[in-house]
Design a protein around this ligand. Structure first.
Ligand code: 5IU
Length: 497
């Protein structure tokens, strides 16, 4: 790394993150093991200033390392525009490698004017195993061209450098993944947990140039213990800090369901009827108690009896959002006395941490049987919404994650309501995702739907919330069963992948 350019390098690192040239989450990779980091430098063609900066830094790197070669050649395709800029700035003639030889005419693999014995510098964007560089080297060498060095934008530090060194090619990188991680952490853009997860992944997953793993295939538990979406619910139960989350994980695993029914109906009897019919297929029943027109204590008693009979938990989707004192009253008092019956509630993180303290304050003390009430209750914090045009941005999401995972009240947080896998990494929390329907669509009021498979496999949902997809079906029990089957299959495929 070039010392005097350090500030420029750091600024570029942050810029690349901002334009999504790399992301953190849970990504499927060619090598068959998921990665917590993903690079896509193709996007830089849309940001000429970034392109220019990357090319300038590559050129100064080439000068400092005194990498003189007669030609420059980019690894197709992402690095081609970068190689072009390097060629122009240095007045070094370019060679272009075809990925497939032309079927007609000269059948040349390498375009440009060259002679056997010429030297060529390789330009590449991101190196994992180094296999793409080696493919290009092979084609150049088959034309008698000599390759000794490759200059690359990012080294993922997974063995690429050693792999290409075995073929006599030295790698010079602008960035290592470690530098990017440290820079983003310093800039407050990523969590420490992310840095740790990626570092652990890099240490565990080293790849040979043929795509095989160095050593044994990395131990699934070792590699996946930070990838929350790959860990089975029964194992995550042990990691949960909230007692209700532990119960819910265990219930999901034993009952084999990750379906939450949103019982958005306005008559008590209708809710009881659907709870009875769908009870066998759900792990959670979600209410909006303030839409029930004939609320009564006996309705709650009946609902609790059904929950006990069919083994599901109750969640009141109250979305608390006020100051601590007010949410404490809203949770424990009024006609609904939510804290007396709802195992779980939802809350906005908008007021900050005090939302948790306020809710907890409503619980204090023991229940009728002498148990600790707080230990039997939990909160799902909202980090994202499915409504189109909602105002939540990345910063809000990140802070919500902090509230859910740091501080003295984390034992009260059972999970996070969100739409994407990268909202949080801690495997002891449960991701609840609403906006699910078999036929993807939108409703007239801004709800955006995704399929069961999509939310579980692509968006990291542990529990999917389905309301109208079931409520409006002719046979609600059958619909609940179909959703349960599809969601559970998607989950089992996700952890087996
Ligand atoms: N819900 C959402 N989206 C959100 C949040 C909650 O849909 O982002 I936070 C609630 C609203 C409703 C249920 O109770 O989930 C979804 O119902 P339908 O499947 O009928 O759209």
């Amino acid at each position: 790394m070039v010392a005097q350019n350090n500030d420029e390098m750091k600024a570029l690192a942050v810029k690349l993150f901002e334009i999504n040239a790399f992301k953190f989450g849970d990504f499927k990779m060619k090598v068959g093991i998921n990665s917590p980091v993903y690079f896509d430098l193709r996007v830089i063609v849309s940001y000429p200033d970034v392109m220019q900066t990357v090319a300038d830094l590559l050129v100064s790197h080439i000068k400092e390392q005194q990498l003189s070669a007669k030609h420059v050649c980019g690894v197709p395709y992402t690095a081609l525009p970068l190689a072009t800029l390097v060629s122009l700035q240095q007045h070094t003639p370019m060679l272009v490698r075809r990925k497939e030889a032309k079927a007609y005419g000269t059948k040349k693999l390498i375009e440009g004017i060259y002679h056997a014995g010429d030297t060529c510098l390789i330009v590449e964007d991101v190196v994992t195993s180094g296999s793409s560089i080696l493919d290009t080297v092979r084609d150049l060498e088959s034309e008698g061209i000599v390759v000794t060095d490759a200059v690359v934008v990012v080294d993922r530090e997974q063995g690429g450098s050693a792999n290409i060194a075995k073929h006599g090619v030295r790698m010079h990188s602008l960035f290592t993944l470690s530098f990017l991680l440290n820079t983003l952490r310093e800039a407050g853009r990523i969590e420490k947990a992310t840095v740790d997860a990626v570092a652990k992944y890099i240490a565990a997953v080293q790849i040979n140039s043929d795509g095989s793993f160095v050593g044994d295939k990395p131990d699934v538990v070792g590699v996946n213990d930070f990838v929350r979406t790959k860990i089975p619910f029964e194992s995550r139960a042990n990691l949960a800090k909230s007692a209700v989350a532990r119960r819910l994980f265990s219930l999901m695993a034993s009952k084999r369901t990750n379906l939450c029914l949103a019982a958005d109906l306005t008559k008590g009897d209708e809710i009881l009827d659907i709870a009875d019919k769908c009870g066998p297929y759900i792990c959670l029943l979600k209410t909006h108690i303030d839409i029930v027109e004939d609320f009564s204590e006996s309705f709650i008693a009946s609902l609790k009896a059904l929950a006990a009979r069919h083994q599901f938990l109750l969640m009141e989707d109250r979305k608390f959002a006020d100051i601590g004192n007010t949410v404490s009253l809203q949770y424990g008092k009024g006609i609904y006395k939510i804290s007396s019956w709802a195992d779980l509630v939802t809350a906005h993180t908008l007021p900050g941490r005090s939302i948790l303290q306020g809710l907890k304050a409503a619980l204090g003390g023991e229940d009728a049987a002498g148990g600790d009430v707080a230990a039997e209750r939990g909160v799902f914090l909202l980090a994202e919404m499915s409504a189109s045009g909602n105002l939540i941005d990345d910063k809000y999401k990140e802070t919500s994650n902090k509230i859910a995972t740091e501080g003295g009240d984390v034992d009260f947080v059972a999970g996070v309501v969100c739409q994407s896998a990268n909202c949080f990494a801690f495997p002891g929390l449960i991701q609840l995702t609403p906006g699910v329907k078999i036929d993807e669509s939108v409703d007239k009021l801004g709800q955006q739907y995704q399929t069961p498979e999509h939310v579980v496999k692509e968006r990291g949902a542990d529990i999917a919330v389905v309301g109208r997809g079931i409520l409006q079906a002719k046979n609600v029990a059958q619909a609940a069963q179909t959703y349960r089957d599809r969601l559970w299959t998607a989950y089992t495929e996700r952890v087996a992948k």
